[in-house]
Design a protein around this ligand. Structure first.
Ligand SMILES: C[S@@+](CC[C@H](N)C(=O)[O-])C[C@H]1O[C@@H](n2cnc3c(N)ncnc32)[C@H](O)[C@@H]1O
Length: 354
């Protein structure tokens, strides 16, 4: 059974019982040998991603124009375009479509798609390589790695929310970590709160003065830090879009979704998506620490409106038939909706133009 395989992997066979952090547990459920993102069934189980590029082609178009504008203003030469976790490859196709007339821009691009899921790589290849004209310099990588010395434009939508988090909370002046106890022989798994005595962790937690409930993702911070260092050295910018917050929300945000419905973290092990809101304050801090410029931070709604989504919508509607009109209007409304995606999602742009 899938669950048994993962638990066996975590407890390493001979040990009967083990207490691990939620971060380690999630890591095994998402990325381990039998994990959700490293396995081949993401699309089948999850159905289509309900992400902004999939909801409206105008999302990718506005991002495409934003990138083109920054390239023209700051680079005007060869560069690497990295997309982190490209899903079905839809954003890249919309970006290519909208910049079709900008020959020099498209010719200057080395494209690197960072993807771990083998089945998704196949979907991306079939979607992107059937685009006419086919993008030329394009390769797939499992990890963000340096390929050359060119400047970089890096894009990520709903990527940083995939990273595992540890959960901490304060009770009666003490910090606790929410952990998971696995008893392999009984095939049982449950939450267990453990008091924190480790001085280094306590110091880290006590930096958050106004919050008594915290989620911290070391792997996300390390990944982002690596990207910042790369940008500092070779120049360029990162556009990171995700659902997230600037100030800790005061409650845990980790959620699991199975067959498009919210589920229990300890169920459907290795078969469900697990994500959490991104701590943008931390990403901004890392950007500053690495001497990058905070080019932009706002809600997705504000970003899209400021960058002309309504004007673009008007133009597209003029040439659309009735059915297309309804779809276009519905899509735009959804990705800028104040009550939902429009405000919940944040856009962070960091840059270093040499
Ligand atoms: C929620 S989907 C978002 C897809 C796409 N960006 C979109 O907006 O439609 C997350 C994507 O990131 C990929 N992914 C998650 N963690 C990853 C990691 N550590 N390295 C590379 N790809 C990862 C997933 O396989 C998937 O393609």
């Amino acid at each position: 059974m899938h669950k048994d395989k993962i638990l066996k992997e975590i407890v390493k066979k001979k040990i009967n019982s083990k207490i691990i952090s939620i971060e380690k547990f999630t890591e095994a459920c998402l990325y381990g040998k039998f994990g959700y993102y490293d396995n081949s069934n993401v699309i089948g189980k999850k159905g289509d991603f309900i992400t902004s590029p999939e909801i409206s082609q105008l999302f990718g178009e506005i991002i495409g124009l934003f990138i083109f504008y920054h390239w023209k203003t700051n680079l005007k030469k060869k560069f690497n375009f990295y997309e982190l976790g490209p899903g079905k490859g839809t954003l890249l196709i919309d970006l290519f479509n909208i910049t079709k007339k900008f020959n020099e821009f498209q010719k200057s691009m080395n494209i690197y798609l960072i993807e771990r899921n083998i089945k998704l790589i196949k979907v991306q290849k079939s979607n992107i390589l059937s685009f006419d004209p086919k993008p030329k310099k394009i390769s797939w990588l499992k990890n963000f790695t340096k390929k050359n010395q060119y400047p970089n434009i890096i894009f990520a939508n709903e990527f940083f929310d995939c990273f595992p988090v540890r959960q901490f909370f304060k009770k009666n002046q003490n910090w606790y970590e929410k952990m998971i106890e696995i008893k392999y022989n009984e095939s049982s798994i449950r939450f267990k709160d453990i008091i924190i005595n480790n001085k280094k962790i306590l110091k880290q937690l006590n930096q958050y003065k106004n919050s008594e409930v915290l989620e911290i993702s070391n792997s996300r911070d390390n990944y982002f830090d690596k990207i910042c260092k790369h940008l500092l050295k070779f120049g360029g910018m990162i556009i990171a879009i995700d659902y997230g917050y600037r100030n800790p929300p005061g409650h845990f945000t980790l959620q699991s979704v199975y067959n498009n419905k919210k589920s229990n973290l300890l169920d459907n092990i290795g078969k469900q998506d697990i994500s959490s809101l991104v701590d943008f304050n931390k990403l901004i801090e890392l950007g500053k620490k690495n001497n990058l410029k905070i080019e932009h931070f706002s809600s997705q709604r504000e970003f899209l409106l400021n960058n002309g989504i309504k004007e673009r919508e008007k133009r597209v509607l003029k040439v659309a038939n009735n059915k297309q009109r309804i779809m276009i209007q519905k899509g735009v409304k959804r990705i800028i909706d104040k009550q939902n995606m429009g405000n919940l999602f944040k856009v962070l742009v960091l840059s270093k133009w040499n």
